[in-house]
Design a protein around this ligand. Structure first.
Ligand SMILES: [Zn+2]
Length: 240
């Protein structure tokens, strides 16, 4: 980053965070996924026993919490496998643009349909290094047999390690956003910091450069999708 841009980013940080009890500690680039997790400070590459991916990355603290959860799950006969972890904006743009080009229909509807399960580039929690997908991208997997056992274990135990399921089915609290994703789990102690920071420093001017970006504002993706997450279970343990 050029020094002028860096100074501006730092200035914005200081100016928006001075009134906050819990100031944002991440850069705008980190919040928007504009970095390479393979080279970025604070990220670890996951060992192959934890993931199906050849290369998968999480923030150190998230990885440490996951390893503890993985071990305890295994002791209980439950196998947790990360099938997707940190995805940067460039990668997410690839997913989004492929869907954009293959989905038919008018463009506003098209963006809405992609958004049922996929994030607009720049709005994904996978950018933050705090979230990952486990075992299967089908809710049905988690509804019987082995998958149900995994899901029941997670709903009972994940909060002890700081994890929760942000995309639950809709209810009075969560009435907008992605459909339910039983596979997507988030490390609350860090993710909440990213979400707060997002709301302070990201605007629709930052969500550009992909097919259909102009619908981000009319679909109000920040309010409906970035903030369209479940309530934190009271059992989630917060270290700080
Ligand atoms: Zn996910």
């Amino acid at each position: 980053m050029k020094s002028k841009a860096l100074a501006l980013t730092l200035f914005m940080f200081v100016s928006v965070s001075s009134s906050e009890k819990d100031p944002p500690v991440y850069t705008k680039a980190e919040i928007l996924g504009d970095f390479d997790p393979a080279k970025h400070k604070g990220f670890d590459k996951l060992r192959s026993k934890y993931t199906t991916k050849e290369k998968a990355y999480l923030r150190d603290e998230v990885y440490d919490a996951f390893k503890k959860m993985w071990k305890d799950a295994r002791r209980d006969g439950v196998s947790l496998v990360i099938i997707s972890a940190t995805r940067n904006r460039k990668y997410q743009s690839g997913i989004w643009n492929r869907k954009w080009n293959s989905f038919g229909g008018n463009e506003t509807d098209r963006a809405g349909r992609i958004l049922q399960y996929s994030s607009m580039p720049g709005t994904s929690r996978h950018h933050w290094g705090t979230d990952f997908d486990l075992n299967s991208l089908e809710n049905s997997y988690f509804e019987n047999g082995e998958g149900l056992k995994v899901y029941q274990w997670l709903t009972k135990n994940a909060s002890k390690y700081g994890f929760y399921q942000p995309y639950t089915s809709f209810d009075d609290y969560r009435d907008a956003g992605y459909r339910e994703e039983k596979w997507h789990w988030s490390y609350y102690p860090l993710a909440i910091k990213f979400q707060r920071a997002y709301n302070h420093i990201v605007g629709y001017q930052d969500l550009k450069g992909f097919n259909g970006w102009e619908y981000a504002k009319s679909l109000d993706v920040i309010n409906n999708y970035v903030n369209g997450v479940a309530k934190i279970p009271s059992s989630v343990s917060l270290k700080d």
